[in-house]
Each structure stands twice: as structure tokens, then as C-alpha cells.
Design a protein around this ligand. Structure first.
Ligand code: ZN
Length: 410
């Protein structure tokens, strides 16, 4: 009994099932605001709300853990407002779990895009994108903001470099600094009994550096572990190698979060490689461009072909837009098409559908792992996405072969 459960003060991890072929796992994670089932996708609610949908609608998708950006919450409306209202859960009317990023992302984007920031041992110095005022985000400040926000999972401030950077020396500096910053985050963390601090493994595409970083991070014994710095334009094959290298080193009884991942194929392959948690703005962002994520790929409902299509966004979908009975709206493609270019309602409807799709995909993946038919599920998933096997992406075929699933065989 005890061998598949590990508890830390604010988190309990229970390994429920393991795929007998791949490295996939199904597990239950109990956080301060209730249990969540892994593997899972976490939608990103930027401004304390998922653009266009209410907390109630988010709840109806089955979401029990969403991501908030520390920059948007902690720096605006700011710590005073959050203190007065009693944290982000109260501010948003969201009684389920929240994960916050470190807030460093904004600074790092400015480093890479605009050269308007610099990173020193002290922290990340950048100009506020709102009013141009100089800001310094340190590990201590990041944790203080996240303590005020009261999120169930908080992330360490790390030194992130795009994985494609050719500067090995700088990559090593960033990796080693991330370890030192984790120590500062742990020391600054005021609520380890109610908030879980996750470390972030860095090291770019260098597998040896990733191993070294993982070893250092694991020695700090945080309740959960993230693999960071990916989805920055690296080749998918490289991405898979990094994830597989890291998961092989991680303990069984801790959650493994790969940051910034959200394309359905990436999710399914990453689960096979042993990852449990993912987040990405893509499903909600793409909804605002009229795109519906479905098991047959992404459909742009703005296309004329849908103007007189009175079917649901996705046949058989259980989301509140698509389903007809049981309080569902029975929305048609024609309706979304008609509204897509002028009304925000279309974006709201597609957001609900897309978030549901992502969560439902992970629920199906989980069920197939529990019933030990995940390899068959992967085959069905790819067969739904592509007209023929010749279209399957090489990186996915290769990565899955590495964990015992050959999509090309019968
Ligand atoms: Zn739907």
C-alpha cells in the first residue's frame, strides 16, 4: 500500500497504474484545493480568467487545476490588492487548484526578443511592458508574490535560455544558476505546508547537462519536478530526447511537469515518455483565431465550407457547446462560422470546446493506461489525426519506437 503513495506536507502522490509497454503512468495528485487526476493538461488563465470563459464554464470542462501567470497577478493588480482580497482563488471565484509560474517569463521574453532585460546572479532586470519602469525580479520576490497569490503549486525562478542557443558556456551558467536560485526559493518560501514548490530542470538540449541538473534538483527534494526550457523552437526529436532522458532519472512517486507543451500529439507522445502534467496557451489562443481542436486535427471554422454545416463543432464531443442534451447548447459549426469574424461569442465557444478537448484527451489517455491498452490508444489517436501512416511525423514514430510502440507495424 505505502509503496505507491508518497506524501509531502501539501501534496499526496498516488501511482494508480503503469503502462506495461511505454513509460506512461496514471496517478492521483491531492493538492490543497482537492484531488486531480494525472496525466493532465492545465489551461492557462492569464488575467485571472481564461480569456472569454467564466470560472464556472472552466469548472464544467472538468478542469481542477489551471495555470495563472504570476506577472499578471502579482505585479498587477499587485500584492496589496491580492492581500486585501485573500489571494487568487478568492479574486477569481475559483475553488479548485492553481499553479503559478515564477513570473520570469516576461523578463526572459524581453531578453530574447528586445534585449531590454538582463540576467545577473541577483535576478532578472527588465522594463515593465506596461509602463516602462525598471523592475527586478529575484527568486525571493517571485516566491513572495506566489505566496501572496496562494497558488497550490508554485514554480521556482529559473534562468531560462532558448534551447537552440549555441552558447554552451551560457547554457551551463543558466543551468547552474537555476540550481542556486532553487536554494534561494526554498529559503524564501513561507508556506511549504500549504503551497508546493516545484523545481525546474534546465540544461537545453545537452543531455549530460540535463542529467547533471536533474541530480542537483532531485537532491533538493521538492514535492514535484518540472522539465523546463523546452518548446522554444527546438526540433521535436530533440525535445523527445530531453524528456525521455529526464523522466528516466526521476523518482516514480513525484509528479513530472513538462512546461509549455499543448499540441495533442506532443501530449500523447510525452505521456508515453513518462510525463504527467502539461500547460500551454495554444488551445485557448488558437480558439480566438477560429480554430477548433478535434481528433481529426485542427479545423478553422471560419472557412466557408462550415457556413452551412449544421453539425456540432466535433461530432460526439461532450463539451457544453457541442452536446445537445443535459444542459448542452448544441452549437453548430454554422453558428460559430457566422459569428467568427465579428463576435467574441465564437471565440468563447471554441475556447470551451478546445479546453474540453484537451482535458478529455488526457482523461481518455489515463483510462487507457489504467486498462493497460495505451499502445492501442496511441495507434487510434494517430489514425484519427492522419489519413495515412505515411503522413505520421518521423519524430513521433521514432520517440514511440523508443518506448516500445511501433506505429508503422500492423
Ligand atoms: Zn465540443
Amino acid at each position: 500500500m505505502a509503496s505507491n503513495i508518497l506524501s509531502s506536507p501539501a501534496l499526496t502522490f498516488e501511482l494508480v497504474a503503469r503502462c506495461s509497454t511505454t513509460r506512461a503512468r496514471a496517478s492521483n495528485l491531492t493538492l490543497p484545493h482537492g484531488p486531480v487526476q494525472l496525466p493532465m493538461f492545465m489551461p492557462v488563465a492569464t488575467q485571472a480568467s481564461l480569456k472569454g470563459i467564466t470560472p464556472q464554464q472552466l469548472e464544467e470542462t472538468g478542469c481542477r487545476l489551471c495555470l495563472n501567470n504570476t506577472y499578471h497577478l502579482g505585479l498587477r493588480p499587485g500584492q496589496e490588492v491580492l492581500d486585501a482580497v485573500g489571494g487568487a482563488h478568492k479574486l477569481q471565484g475559483w475553488n479548485h487548484n492553481i499553479l503559478t509560474d515564477s513570473g520570469g517569463q516576461v523578463g526572459f521574453q524581453m531578453v530574447s526578443l528586445l534585449k531590454l532585460a538582463n540576467i545577473t546572479e541577483e535576478g532578472v532586470r527588465f522594463l515593465s511592458p506596461h509602463d516602462g519602469s525598471p523592475m527586478l525580479l529575484t527568486p525571493e520576490h517571485s516566491i513572495s508574490l506566489q505566496n501572496t497569490i496562494g497558488s497550490d503549486i508554485i514554480m521556482q525562478l529559473d534562468d531560462v535560455l532558448v534551447t537552440t542557443s549555441p552558447d554552451k558556456e551560457r547554457m551551463r551558467e543558466a543551468m547552474e544558476r537555476s540550481v542556486r536560485w532553487l536554494d534561494r526559493c526554498i529559503a524564501a518560501h513561507k508556506n511549504p505546508d500549504s503551497q508546493n514548490l516545484f523545481c525546474i530542470i534546465q540544461g537545453g538540449l545537452d543531455l549530460e547537462m540535463r542529467r547533471e541538473c536533474a541530480k542537483e534538483m532531485l537532491a533538493r527534494d521538492t514535492p514535484g519536478i518540472a522539465i523546463g526550457g523546452l518548446s522554444g523552437g527546438e526540433a521535436k526529436a530533440d525535445y523527445c530526447r530531453v524528456v525521455a532522458t529526464c523522466t528516466a532519472l526521476l523518482p516514480d512517486l513525484k509528479p513530472r511537469y513538462v512546461m509549455g507543451i499543448g499540441y495533442p500529439e506532443d501530449l500523447v507522445v510525452s505521456v508515453a515518455l513518462g510525463a504527467d502534467m502539461f500547460d500551454c496557451v495554444w488551445p485557448t489562443r488558437t480558439a480566438r483565431f477560429g480554430n477548433a481542436v478535434t481528433k481529426h486535427g485542427v479545423l478553422n471554422i471560419r472557412n466557408r465550407q462550415y457556413a452551412n454545416d449544421f453539425g456540432p463543432i466535433e461530432p460526439g464531443c461532450g463539451c457544453t457547446c457541442c452536446r445537445t442534451g443535459d444542459g448542452g447548447m448544441g452549437i453548430t459549426r454554422a453558428f460559430v462560422n457566422h459569428n467568427a469574424s465579428k463576435e467574441t461569442v465564437a471565440a468563447h465557444l471554441l475556447t470551451i470546446h478546445n479546453v474540453w478537448y484537451q482535458l478529455s484527451l488526457m482523461r481518455e489517455v489515463r483510462q487507457s493506461i489504467i486498462e493497460d491498452r495505451f499502445p492501442a490508444y496511441i495507434r487510434e489517436f494517430f489514425a484519427g489525426l492522419y489519413a495515412s501512416k505515411t503522413e505520421y511525423p518521423d519524430w513521433a514514430v521514432e520517440a514511440l519506437r523508443g518506448v516500445g510502440v511501433d506505429l508503422m507495424s500492423e
